[in-house]
Design a protein around this ligand. Sequence first.
Ligand code: HAM
Length: 423
Amino acid sequence: MPDKVQRVKGVNDILPAEARQWQALETVIKTVMDRFAYGEIRPPIFEKTELFARGVGEDTDIVSKEMYSFTDMSNTSMTLRPELTAGVVRSYIQNNLQQISPVQKLWYEGPMFRQERPQKGRYRQFWQFGAEAIGSPNPEQDVEMIALFYAVLKELGIEGSVTLKINSVGDTESRETYRTALQDYLRPHLNELSETSQRRFQTNPLRILDSKAPNDKELVKDAPKIRECLNESSTSHYDQVLVMLNEMDIPFVQDDLLVRGLDYYTHTIFEFTSDALGAQDAICGGGRYNDLVKELGGQDVPAIGWASGIERLLLVVEALHPAEPKTDLDLFLIIMGDDLRVKAPGLINQWRSAGLRCDSDALRRSMKAQMREANRQGARYVAILGEDEFTQGVVQLKNFESGEQTAVSFDKVVSTINPQAGD
Ligand code: HAM
C-alpha cells in the first residue's frame, strides 16, 4: 500500500462539524463589522518579504525566525503573510484609499502563517480576523477599535470571561526616554538576563518586559514604568482613552508590562486574554501604529487596529457554550425500489429549489439503512417513496419527532414542512 501523505505539522483540517462553528462566528463578525461601518478588504496571501521586514520589524520573532519565505522564479523573496496590518497598509497606500475618505475603516479575515512551535492554540497556519482604522489620530478612534472587538465578544456571550489589558508605549520621544530609563535600570544586571534579553538590551529593550524567563521576570518587576516616562501629549491621549472606556462601560486593567511583539506600535496597545485557554491565552492583540503608513512610503497618516485568532476564540466559545449537535436536514427521501431511482432526483431538486434542506441515499441501500441515515443526519421529516406512492403522486411524509405519518402530494411537501413557504 502506498504511504499516506500526512498533514503538515501545526496546521489544521477544519471538518464540516467544526466548520459550522466557524460559519456562526463569521456571521457574527460580518454583522458587527457592518454595524460599525467597516468595509471588508481581501489582500493577497503572499507579499514581498521586504514588506514584513520593514513593516513588522527585522528584530521581531516573526520576521527573524517565523516566516515562511521562498524565492520565486524572478528571484524575488516572497513570504506567506504572518499578519495583515503591513499588507493592509501597503494596499491602502498603493490604492490611494485616502482619496476615497480621510478615514478608512477596514476589516479582514483569512489564514496567516508563522513557523512557531505548535501547541494548543498556537498553529503554523492559523486564521485571524482583524480591523484597521487608518486616518484618525484621536482617542475616540482607539476606543471605537476596542469597542468593536468587545461587541464581537458580547455577541458571542463571552465578554464576561475575557480580560482587556491595556498600556501605552507613547510617541517616539516618550519611548526614547523610557528606553534610556529601562536600560539604566537593567545595566547593572545585564549578566543576569537571559541570552535573548541581553541581545534585546541594545536592539529592543522594551521586549525584555515581555520575557518569559523567570529571572528576567523577577528583574522587570521593579523596573521603571513606561507610563511614568510618557510626555504630556502621550499621557493626555492615553488618559482620554481610559476615560472613554469607562464611559462605555468596557472593563480593563492597566498592564505596565504589556508590550507587543511587533515593532510598529505607538501610544495605545492592548490585548484581550481568556483564562479558558492555556499558555496561549491572547485572543486578540492590537494598538496604534501612527508611523507605519509613512515608513512604508505613504503619507504621515495615523492608524490603529487589532487582530484576533479565530481558533483561539472558538476554543473559548466551545469551553463556555459547548455547541449542541444541530438538526440540520428538513427532509430525507427514502426511496423504495431501484426503479424509482431515476425519478427521485427530480423530486428532490424541486424541493431543494423551494428552499428545503433535503438529502437522499446514493448507495442504493435498504429502507432500514436509509432510515438510519436520515436519523444520523437529524432529519425533521422523512418522505417515503414506493411504487404505489409514485403512481398516486404522493409520498408518505413522516414527522420524526411526533411519529405522525400522512400521504402528501409531491407539490404540497414544501408547504407541509414549512407552512410559511409556498410550494
Ligand atoms: P498578534 O498579536 O501577532 O498581532 O496576533 C493577533 C492574534 O492572532 C493573537 O492575539 C492570537 O489570538 C492570534 N495568533 C497569533 N499567532 C498565532 C498562532 N501561531 N496560532 C494561533 N493564533 C495566533 C497581529 O498580528 C497584529 N497584526 C495585530 C494588529 C492589527 N495590530 C494592529 N492592527
